[in-house]
Design a protein around this ligand. Structure first.
Ligand code: TRP
Length: 340
């Protein structure tokens, strides 16, 4: 029995966030806190997708800064670099290399059907570049290189995982089993945080209206101000109903994420209270959540040497794993062995 347990391989998880904006409380609620909870049960790889960020125009200095910010934020939110592999996508060249091979196995039609591509090419219609088109293929490379079993993602990325599965199966069928066919993984406690001013759309780091978004780097005053000005609903009732009260429901979700309380317990605690009392309660709760994260983040960012050495360790561990997959692939497709 003991022997059996020892032989059982931990399943592998890979996920990432693009460094195209600052990390929000939405990332925390929907992704990072779950990653932190998974890291001891699974073998985890978490990266910053800086190559993906290049599919829309970035200011180079800002992109560089944000890529480091994301890694520091992962750690500040409780991801332990001793148990998970944390790395920057562009530090592991195998991502771009495998993406090229997979490009040659993906139909133009498959990419043009992607909902995110259609949306983003409308949003950035002055720059519909080939990278934006091939975005999901690079994402497939991210996942397949590590032989990931599970990929925690939000709903909006499920179609990309479906494409990844198709590519893995296609390659495995055409050659021989090479890639693990991954599954999307919707964590047991997911929470979708919506925009503060337009609570029917998802909170997004790239929202032009900063009042819509709570960043994990926001100061206490800024957090309190944004929550105070959040859109609520006509009515007075503090009870969860996305259809009837999207604004209040979003604040209830935020409160729940910040305190771990159930919706029912929150409704009970605020029954008979005003929206304004509930907002200040929510602001306090969110500040209690974010202030220590921000503190750890600031400390990490003030010690560049330490972060750099963590990223080096992460990139080396990631590259070692990725290289194994890439060399199998190179061999199978018929590339000649690199002279040593
Ligand atoms: N496309 C993902 C997003 O925008 C980010 C991402 C890039 C990713 N590569 C990945 C997520 C690999 C999971 C696995 O959310």
């Amino acid at each position: 029995m003991v022997q059996e347990q020892k032989n059982e391989r931990k399943k592998t998880i890979l996920s990432g966030i693009q460094s195209s904006g600052d990390i929000t409380v939405g990332h925390y609620a929907g992704a990072i806190r779950n990653w932190a909870a998974l890291q001891h049960q699974y073998e985890c790889f978490f990266m910053t997708a800086d190559l993906h960020a290049l599919t829309v125009r970035q200011e180079p200095v800002a992109l560089r800064k944000r890529t480091l910010d994301v890694i520091a934020m992962y750690i500040a939110c409780g991801i332990d670099p001793e148990s998970s592999v944390l790395f920057v996508q562009s530090h592991v060249s195998a991502h771009a290399e495998l993406a090229w091979i997979l490009n040659c196995f993906t139909g133009v039609g498959e990419c043009s059907r992607m909902t995110q591509f259609k949306e983003k090419s409308q949003q950035h219609n002055e720059n519909v570049n080939v990278g934006l088109f091939a975005y999901p293929i690079l994402m497939a490379a991210d996942i397949l290189l590590y032989q990931a079993d599970l990929v925690p993602v939000g709903d909006d990325q499920k179609q990309h995982i479906e494409l990844t599965r198709n590519l893995a199966e296609r390659f495995n069928f055409h050659y021989s089993p090479t890639f693990t066919v991954p599954e999307p993984f919707i964590p047991p406690v997911g929470a979708r945080i919506m925009s503060l001013q337009e609570p029917t759309k998802k909170m997004s780091k790239s929202d032009e209206n900063q009042k819509n978004v709570i960043f994990l780097s926001d100061s206490d005053d800024v957090i309190a101000g944004k929550i105070r000005r959040a859109v609520t609903d006509s009515g007075t009732e503090i009870s969860y109903s996305v259809e009837k009260r999207p604004g209040i429901s979003n604040l209830i979700t935020l409160y729940g994420v910040a305190t771990g309380m159930s919706f029912a317990a929150i409704e009970e605690a605020f029954s008979g209270k005003t929206y304004s009392e509930f907002k200040s309660g929510t602001a306090d709760a969110v500040i209690n959540l974010i202030a220590p994260i921000r503190g750890r983040f600031t400390q990490l960012r003030s010690e560049p040497g330490e972060l750099e050495s963590l990223m080096k360790t992460g990139a080396e561990a990631a590259a070692a794993r990725a290289r194994r997959t890439l060399s199998k692939v190179y061999k199978k497709v018929g590339l000649t062995e690199r002279p040593r």
